[in-house]
Design a protein around this ligand. Structure first.
Ligand code: TNX
Length: 719
């Protein structure tokens, strides 16, 4: 080993190798040494390996390189037992390329780096000859677990779309994909002993017992993976060094299951007057033995399909109030000598963990699951609620995955006016990139229990945004995935955002070739001395639109104007897009005085008066029926360029009028229908007269919830 490195340095000196930062490889390799000369990849070259284990990888690489796999070749893949798991050495020489790895994952990582050294069209259709500068790369990951979680429940994501996304993760050396397979909105995995779970539970709306939610209100919508499909996904991911870990979310988040099997619920009769008889309870009863029989069937099959060490069994956000009302759960508590219902959750998780152990598996859980008592010592804990919860888990001795929402939930908004949740934080790639365990306050002891990082994409907001094309998934997750890949890989704790941003911009050419519709940083807009200008630094094209004349064009030079608020800019590059940028005046909204009235009674604390003050939403005291309405009556008729009236949560279509229409009145007496609601809201663009009142009318019964939320109106002035 020693001798070899001395020799290497010798060779390096002879061929004038120099240590370079890198070639914008993401994640950044430990060491990249540039050597003299180049390797010219020709169609006559071929990939070769003598290891049968590496054969699938040889084919994977050959496919990307547009060459063949042959017994004798110039691009050599090899296992090297002197290297650790996932560690690799890549040597690009003038006449040959060698990729050595400690195991399959190591060689894969070397292959992924080699691809990044090639022209970007390696991700599309590589044109040969192609050249790579000679170099030597030595590299290994810091963390064993570099994960991404995809919520395929709230939005149905097809097998093919998962595979496409797997490719994107693999190109960045992410090595775990966790599939969130069950939730309140769907059951997505075929269970042969209970086929209805997927064949019925995979679909919502229409004649399904599962209420439509988050989009696709009028059709029966969804899908599921057969076990054969899932095996295909697992095999596809395995070639790409990605382990697929399933999550069956228990004992809460089980409304889809309960809609098919109400007998899993607690033993009391809830009052369903407010929901037209629809039972929204979502937690398994802990005291029913039959539940464990059903769950054993499920766990057995899940363990057969997935060859992973861990099976994630959920444990988040359980509505424990249901157990408190259940005589059977209370009796079980008494029998076990429990004083808090949270202990029932630990009891439940332990029973499922025991089942897993019988099939040779270990439990993985969300952080709340460890609050009510001890779980088996080999439990893997996913800390999502905050840094505190991650530290607590590590301090208790559990192996822990760090994924607090405010850094790792890529379903969060990237800036204030963009789509996404905001419960954890509003952040872009730079916040994720800044994460180190030390800066988050983990002690050395706690750090020892951290196995890695995971980012997640919960998909409530995706279903209403054309999931048939992956643009929204891409936009929310890229370039944030680049930050995840970087921090989970590099050993160094130093972070330089400027340097990484430059690296990212170089990497954009690869994302373009991969077909990723990533998010660009917004162009910088300035207004000085009557001149409005926009600038971007990432090779994108800026477009400008005058919102008064509606003329849009490519921005080429500063605009002379006295009305800078009339112009809005976006940057585009390939499929990538930036959020809107403009001077603050463009975004300004009006808050005219109005009265909120409704055919539905108001909630006792989230009153209509509160929404009239803006800033807060109101709630009704029951769900909606056909013909129910809400009305906004303005004290003075409002002249504006745009008005948005919405039920529900803006980014998370729930608690809405699932179907309905809007009516506008210019005199406060006669109302004219103007159009159908989209995801519970209506936008009036360029009204011909000042608006005196707007009314939203419901044309469907119920919304799968106990109430309707009402947003204050958003009103943009004329410019
Ligand atoms: C919290 S993460 C949840 C999910 C939501 C997500 C939205 C977790 C364990 N529970 O059910 O989809 O927030 O960001």
């Amino acid at each position: 080993m020693r001798l070899r490195s001395i020799l290497l340095v010798g060779v390096a000196m002879m061929c004038a190798c120099v240590v370079e930062a890198n070639h914008a490889i993401i994640p950044t390799p430990k060491s990249y040494i540039a050597c003299e000369g180049e390797f010219r990849l020709l169609p006559s070259h071929s990939v070769t390996t003598s290891s049968s284990t590496l054969m699938p990888l040889a084919s994977y690489l050959a496919e990307h390189l547009n060459v063949e796999v042959e017994t004798k070749g110039d691009i050599v893949l090899k296992l090297d037992t002197a290297l650790k798991s996932e560690e690799y050495r890549l040597r690009v020489m003038a006449d040959r390329v060698e990729i050595l790895g400690g195991d399959y994952g190591g060689v894969f990582n070397g292959v992924a780096t080699f691809m990044q050294l090639l022209p970007a069209d390696v991700y599309k259709n590589l044109k040969l000859p192609a050249t790579v500068a000679c170099c030597e790369v030595e590299d290994a990951p810091k963390y064993k677990y570099r994960g991404f979680m995809l919520d395929v429940c709230r939005t149905w994501i097809t097998k093919e779309a998962i595979m496409e996304y797997v490719d994107l993760l693999a190109y960045h050396k992410i090595n775990k994909l966790r599939l969130h397979l069950t939730d309140d909105e769907a059951w997505r995995l075929e269970i042969k002993s209970h086929p209805e779970l997927a064949t019925i539970g995979g679909f919502r709306g229409g004649d399904s017992p599962i209420w439509p939610r988050y989009g696709k209100w009028t059709e029966k919508w969804g899908g599921y993976y057969t076990q054969a499909d899932m095996r295909e996904i697992i095999a596809y991911a395995k070639v790409r060094n990605i382990e697929v870990i399933p999550e069956i979310d228990l004992p809460g988040h089980s409304l889809a299951m309960a809609s098919m099997h109400p007998e899993i619920l607690c033993n009391y009769t809830p009052n369903l007057d407010d929901t037209f008889g629809y039972d929204t309870r979502s937690a398994f009863c802990v005291a029913k033995e039959d539940n464990y029989t059903l769950l054993r069937d499920i766990i057995r099959e899940v363990c057969q399909v997935f060859d992973t060490k861990y099976i994630h069994i959920g444990g988040d956000e359980v509505e424990i109030s249901q157990w408190k009302r259940c005589p059977d759960c209370l009796a079980l508590m008494a029998k076990l000598g429990y004083t808090k219902p949270e202990q029932l959750q630990a009891y439940f998780m332990r029973r499922i963990s025991d089942m897993l152990a019988e099939y040779g598996k270990q439990p993985a859980v969300w952080n709340e699951a460890i609050d009510g008592g001890k779980l088996p010592a080999n439990t893997l804990v996913f800390g999502w609620m905050g840094v505190k919860e991650c530290k607590l888990s590590a301090a208790k001795g559990y192996k822990t995955i760090v994924m607090p929402g405010q850094y790792f939930y890529f379903d969060m908004k990237q800036s204030k006016r963009e789509p996404g949740h905001d419960w954890a934080a509003i952040f872009d790639w730079s916040k994720t990139y800044g994460v180190t365990l030390t800066s988050l306050g983990f002690s050395a002891e706690e750090q020892k229990n951290v196995v890695g990082f995971e980012a997640s994409f919960f998909s409530e907001a995706y279903a209403s945004r054309t999931p048939e094309n992956a643009d929204f998934l891409h936009y929310q997750t890229f370039p944030r995935v680049l930050s995840l890949a970087e921090i989970a890989w590099v050993s160094s704790n130093s972070r330089d955002k400027e340097v990484f941003y430059k690296q990212m911009i170089e990497h954009y050419a690869r994302l373009d070739a991969m077909g990723v519709a990533y998010r660009l940083m917004p162009p910088k807009v300035t207004f000085e001395n009557g001149m409005l200008s926009a600038q971007s630094d990432d090779g994108s094209t800026i477009y400008v639109q005058n919102v008064v004349t509606n003329v849009g064009e490519v921005y080429t030079k500063p605009i002379t104007t006295t009305k800078p608020e009339r112009y809005v800019f976006v940057a585009r590059r390939g499929s990538a897009l930036s959020p809107e940028a403009a001077v603050e005046g463009y975004f300004r909204t009006l808050k005219p005085q109005y009265t909120l009235t409704s055919s539905m009674p108001q909630h006792s604390t989230m009153t209509f008066a509160k929404a009239q003050e803006y800033g807060r939403l109101a709630r009704t005291a029951r769900t909606c029926d056909v013909g129910d309405w809400i009305q906004f009556t303005f004290a003075q008729a409002v002249d504006c360029r745009r008005m948005q009236i919405a039920t529900g949560n803006f980014q998370l279509p729930r608690f809405i009028f699932e179907q309905g229409y809007a009516e506008v009145s210019y005199d406060g007496k006669t109302f004219m229908p103007v159009g159908d609601l989209q995801n519970g809201m209506y936008i009036i663009d360029n009204p011909p007269h000042p608006i005196k009142a707007v009314r939203l009318v419901c044309s469907s019964q119920g919304n799968g919830a106990k109430y309707v939320s009402i947003q204050p109106p958003t009103i943009w002035p004329r410019l």
